[in-house]
Design a protein around this ligand. Structure first.
Ligand code: PRP
Ligand code: ADE
Length: 171
């Protein structure tokens, strides 16, 4: 139709905006999966990973892909008010105020093993809150995974399981 041709004529293509990134994504995912399948947490007895938990919002970009590669389930932790049905909630402190996380009450079964994934850990408030939700449902957190860790904020000491990060920012 002529009108559609007109609309198309208004569009401008920006190939690879903001940058060409499939290689970066593959590198991230491969590193995470290799870490989870080759380190002691994965190899020790009964440490099969049942569930990958991704944190709202950027954990959703990584978690489902890692879960699919491992044959694990993916469970989202969302900011308050976004999930339907019965939920467990926790309020936590961030660098710029309080926030609340929720998870559906039947998302994790008692005894299931869990790995938490997000893009970045700063104070550790978000990751700690996610760990509390997992514990409320009877899950066992094996590890917390991040692309970037702001090491000077010493989040690792707040968590109930080891922290693994690909890139450490020291100041
Ligand atoms: O370790 P913390 O001090 O808790 O900070 C880390 C969290 O902060 C950022 O998300 P943010 O809460 O800004 O939400 P967003 O993903 O919706 O931008 C980041 O993606 C982590 O989830
Ligand atoms: N200090 C920080 N720097 C960059 N991204 C963040 N997300 C949450 N806290 C952050």
């Amino acid at each position: 139709m002529a009108d559609v041709a007109y609309l198309k004529s208004l569009l401008t293509a920006h190939p690879d905006f903001p940058q060409k990134n499939p290689v970066a994504t593959e590198t991230l995912i491969t590193n995470f999966v290799h870490h989870l399948t080759s380190t002691t947490i994965a190899r020790s007895e009964s440490k099969k990973i049942d569930v990958i938990v991704g944190l709202d919002a950027r954990g959703f970009l990584l978690g489902p892909i890692v879960a699919m590669r491992l044959g694990a389930a993916f469970v989202p932790v969302r900011k308050r008010g976004k999930l339907p049905g019965e939920c467990v909630s926790v309020t936590y402190q961030k660098e710029y105020g309080a926030d609340s996380f929720e998870m559906q009450a039947d998302a994790i079964k008692p005894g299931q093993t869990v790995v938490v994934i997000d893009d970045l850990i700063a104070t550790g408030g978000s990751a700690k809150a996610a760990g509390e939700l997992i514990a409320k449902l009877g899950g066992k957190t094996l590890e917390y995974l991040f692309i970037i860790e702001l090491t000077f904020l010493q989040a690792a000491s707040k968590l109930d399981a080891p922290l693994y990060s690909l890139v450490q920012a020291e100041d």
